[in-house]
Design a protein around this ligand. Structure first.
Ligand SMILES: [Zn+2]
Length: 210
C-alpha cells in the first residue's frame, strides 16, 4: 500500500535581477543593484516615481521608471504613501519585475538563488509509512531556476537520477509540459515521486520537509 506525504514548498527568490548598464563613471558595462529606495518627484499635479539602482563598483545611480508623468489624482493615496516611505514589499515587487526591467534595459542579470520554506500539508501519512512524495510549489514570483535544479538542490539527489525517475514515470509533473524538468519551476506545479523502490527513501522525504 502506498502512503502519500504532501509538502508545500513556498519559494522566494533571494537576489533581485540586476540590469547591465553602460556606467558612465566606470566607462564600461556594469551590473547595477537595486537600492530598494524610491525617488518620488512631484511637479505640480504631475508625479514621477523611480526605483533607484546603483553601480556595484562606483555607486553611480540609475533610475528605473515606475510611474511617469502621472496625474496625482490617479494615484491611490495608499500607494503614494508606500512609495514615499520606501515600502520594502513594494520595492521588492518592482525589483523582481524582470519583464519591466528588461523592457527598459535589454540586458539583465538574473539569479537562480531561492529560499524554500517547506510545510507538510493536511492529514497525510507519516514519514515512515509514506512511499509517495507529493510536492506542491508556491512561487512568490517567477524564477529562472530550473525545476530539476530546484529538486536536486532541495532533495540532495542528482539531476540524472531525477531524469531516470521521470523516464520510468516514477516522477510525474502536473501540469506536465514537454521537458518540464528542464524548464523554470512554475507556481502551482505538483511533483509526485514514487519512492517505494528507493533505498534512501527516508533521507529524500526528510530533505523534502517531511
Ligand atoms: Zn560604475
Amino acid at each position: 500500500m502506498s502512503g502519500y506525504l504532501c509538502i508545500h514548498w513556498a519559494i522566494t527568490p533571494e537576489i533581485a535581477p540586476r540590469p547591465l548598464i553602460n556606467c558612465n563613471r566606470c566607462g564600461t558595462v556594469k551590473a547595477y543593484r537595486c537600492s530598494e529606495k524610491f525617488r518620488v518627484n512631484a511637479n505640480g499635479k504631475r508625479i514621477d516615481v523611480w526605483l533607484i539602482y546603483r553601480c556595484i563598483d562606483c555607486d553611480n545611480s540609475w533610475n528605473f521608471g515606475i510611474l511617469e508623468r502621472c496625474n496625482r489624482r490617479d494615484i491611490e493615496p495608499v500607494l503614494l504613501q508606500a512609495l514615499e516611505s520606501n515600502d520594502p514589499a513594494l520595492a521588492r515587487r518592482h525589483a523582481f519585475d524582470v519583464i519591466a526591467l528588461r523592457s527598459r534595459v535589454g540586458r539583465v542579470e538574473e539569479f537562480p538563488d531561492v529560499a524554500v520554506h517547506k510545510q507538510r500539508l493536511g492529514d497525510t501519512d507519516t514519514r515512515e509509512s509514506a512511499t509517495v512524495l507529493e510536492l506542491k510549489l508556491g512561487l512568490e514570483m517567477p524564477t529562472s531556476l530550473r525545476l530539476d535544479r530546484l529538486l536536486a538542490n532541495e532533495l540532495a539527489i542528482s539531476r540524472s537520477r531525477l531524469q531516470a525517475l521521470e523516464d520510468r514515470r516514477l516522477l510525474v509533473i502536473d501540469p506536465d509540459g514537454a521537458k518540464a524538468l528542464r524548464k523554470p519551476a512554475r507556481d502551482g506545479a505538483t511533483i509526485r515521486i514514487d519512492l517505494v523502490a528507493e533505498p534512501d527513501r527516508q533521507a529524500i522525504i526528510s530533505a523534502a520537509g517531511g
